[in-house]
Structure formats: C-alpha cells, structure tokens
Design a protein around this ligand. Sequence first.
Ligand code: ZN
Length: 73
Amino acid sequence: MLLGDAPDFDPFTGAHLAAGEEGDQSPGARAGLEAPRYCQLCGRRMVVQVRPDGWSALCSRHGDVDSTALERR
Ligand SMILES: [Zn+2]
C-alpha cells in the first residue's frame, strides 16, 4: 500500500476520486481518527480491525494498511 500519494478512491466513502467523484468525509475521517473502509488504490471494501491503539485495514488485493504507518507520514 502506497501512502502519501493522492488516492484514486476515497478511503472513507469509496468515491472514485480519480474519475472526478468527490468524497464527503466526516470531520473525524478528515482528522485521521477513523479507520478507512475502502482501499484507496482499488476502492474495494476492506476488512477493518479497530484496536485500542489504532486500527488496521486489509484489502484482499493490496494487503494491509495500519494506523501506525499513517502516523509516520
Ligand atoms: Zn486494494
């Protein structure tokens, strides 16, 4: 999973940003407090696990992304 690049898909709404769709993110999502629900590379729904210290999300095609990875950005 590449982080830091402009996503093709909105990770919270699944909107296809690369096709001109706009995501309508909640304030919590914008602040990075919510776990993403959609893979930003392919728009697939991800399997999300929320932990006390953060979250991880798994795309069946692109692997997992973890909140700790985003914090390093
Ligand atoms: Zn994916």
